[in-house]
Design a protein around this ligand. Structure first.
Ligand code: FES
Length: 253
């Protein structure tokens, strides 16, 4: 009789050598996974098992492991970041799964996020969109401006803060049937457009960021709303409406 108390799982994981090669699902068995462990800890266990067996480990991205950096991109059982809502993969706990369950694990699937290896994808398209306008220019010489000298009304500050919660994980793109990055770009544009510090470059910013988004091959928004549902930070579709208003007003000038 088995004395194991943890979960015994079957993992079907997408394995792909690089962007040029064809990938396929490989099946792995893993035993005695604590329900208290995180999904990434379970993946660590699997990789230790593979090392002990002399096999190639599964590549996946992670960094902070506390829902901040946005790097732990994984499609789990057909949903970005797995079955729970409002969390990233690193915040997903194994108590969300049942003993004997089969779990399908895939990379973000988007033409703009090419696979590097296995579950790790290249999300540098987001960096290039940010470089196109996701910043403000400030004079760093002289004395620091007193924070209270630039007044921001409470409503704008709250909405800017909500938009600033975006961690650029790419779940919005991964879940979108069009591979659209408009929730991400909308969050960045909205955050800065609402604040006085962002107003100076507002028009240039939205035009350049939208142009960069299109150049990277992201699709258009068709208001399905899957991005809002799957966003681990609860970014609202309203940021897309705000971005569209900013865009058209910049175009009219
Ligand atoms: S590892 Fe940083 S958000 Fe998951």
């Amino acid at each position: 009789m088995s004395t194991k108390k943890g979960l015994n799982l079957t993992l079907k994981i997408w394995r792909q050598k690089n962007n040029k090669s064809k990938g396929q699902f490989e099946t792995y068995k893993i035993a005695d996974v604590s329900t208290d462990s995180s999904f990434l800890e379970m993946m660590d266990m699997l990789n230790e098992q593979l090392i002990n067996e002399g096999k190639d480990t599964v590549a996946f991205d992670h960094d902070c492991r506390e829902g901040i950096c946005g790097s732990c991109a994984m499609y789990i059982n057909g949903r970005p970041h797995g079955p729970d809502t409002g969390i990233t993969t690193c915040q997903l706990h194994m108590r969300n799964f049942k003993d004997g369950e089969t779990i399908h694990i895939e990379p973000w699937r988007s033409a703009a996020f090419p696979v590097i290896k296995d579950l790790a994808v290249d999300r540098s398209a987001f960096d290039r969109i940010m470089a196109a306008g996701g910043f403000i220019s400030v004079n760093t010489s002289g004395n620091t401006t007193d924070a209270n000298s630039i007044l921001v009304n409470k409503e704008d500050a709250d909405h800017a803060m909500d938009a600033a919660a975006c961690i650029g994980c790419g779940a919005c793109v991964a879940t979108c049937k069009n591979g659209s990055a408009m929730l991400f770009v909308g969050a960045k544009v909205t955050q800065l457009a609402l604040l006085p510090q962002g107003k100076v470059e507002a028009k240039r910013r939205v035009l350049n960021m939208v142009a960069a988004m299109d150049e990277e091959g992201f699709g258009n928004c068709s208001n399905t709303g899957a991005c809002e549902v799957e966003c681990p930070k609860g970014i609202s579709l309203s940021v897309i409406a705000k971005m569209n208003r900013e865009y058209f007003s910049a175009k009219m000038d």
